[in-house]
Design a protein around this ligand. Structure first.
Ligand code: SF4
Length: 281
């Protein structure tokens, strides 16, 4: 049975999600920032965590952006194969939602039309949109604005299979260590292992959507996440990079099948304002 969804509904949903994501830090990250104040060893680190919690609370209360960098708008669309979209282009509907959301929410417009001529589009479009077609008649949208302080410190390596798990660990730790204070710690570390070059990058970004505190269902990967989190928190970077024991709130790993000759690893760093909001039609 085919279900019709008008693209106007998509625009309305994306508009709402853009504002919600930018102003309302998700409960998992908010609680984690609060809880880390008790375990952070550095007094300055504790102060900074207090400020971050206060900032997130004000943003929630006043529907104001958590950070001045309201990001490039990344949109994940999961579309049921029994949905018939009416009313025009899905892509244009999503971009119209971004346009309206960023205007209505007083969110900074941070997108340039071309990476080389660098002219601001003045409406934060185009979004970066990832589509997934699944069975069923639902339409699920996640809006994840991505600040570039953290995006710029992300990385990808095509390791040799012989480098194995030690090579993966080394690359993740080195990427975070080299990033230092730049990605606005405490960070969330999304790791994608396997697939092809672009698949690992997408996995690492999707990994940032998993709630903090929720581990990979595979016990071996859950253990690796915990081990990497502990190693990262021993780097001493600390909140805002002023030193301390809270450099990362979580390491989230996603994996996929890969080629016999390769071991792609991508690390996407999310800052203390790792934002996303989701909705269904
Ligand atoms: S990295 Fe995050 S917290 Fe830092 S400026 Fe960018 S969006 Fe804001």
């Amino acid at each position: 049975m085919i279900r019709e969804i008008h693209t106007d509904k998509v625009t309305d949903l994306v508009e709402r999600l853009c504002i919600e994501a930018n102003c309302h830090l998700t409960d998992d990250i908010y609680s984690c920032l609060k809880n880390c104040r008790a375990t952070e060893q550095s007094p300055l680190g504790k102060d900074i965590l207090n400020t971050l919690v206060e900032n997130a609370q004000i943003a929630r209360d006043e529907t104001a952006p958590i950070c001045q960098d309201t990001g490039m708008t990344v949109v994940f669309v999961t579309l049921g194969q029994e949905v018939h979209l009416t009313g025009g282009s899905l892509e244009e509907a999503i971009n119209e939602g971004v346009r309206r959301g960023y205007e209505k929410g007083y969110l900074r417009k941070s997108v340039v039309r071309d990476p080389l001529d660098r002219v601001n589009t003045k409406d934060n479009t185009p979004a970066v949109i990832h589509y997934e077609i699944v069975p069923g008649d639902g339409l699920h949208i996640t809006v994840a604005p991505k600040g570039f302080g953290s995006e710029n410190m992300s990385g990808l390596r095509m390791l040799k299979p012989s480098q194995g798990l030690p090579g993966v660990k080394d690359f993740v730790i080195r990427t975070v260590s080299d990033a230092g204070a730049n990605p606005c710690p405490p960070i969330i570390v999304g790791v994608g292992i396997g697939g092809t070059m672009e698949k690992s990058a997408l996995l690492s970004k999707k990994a940032l959507l998993r709630p903090v505190g929720e581990r990979n269902p595979d016990p071996a990967l859950a253990e690796l996440e915990e081990e990497l989190l502990q190693s990262i928190n021993q780097l001493g970077i600390g909140p805002a990079g002023f030193g301390g024991t809270t450099t990362a709130l979580a390491v989230n790993i996603l994996t996929y099948a890969t080629h016999i000759a390769g071991l792609p690893v991508a690390v996407n760093i999310g800052c203390h304002a790792t934002r996303h909001s989701e909705g269904k039609l």
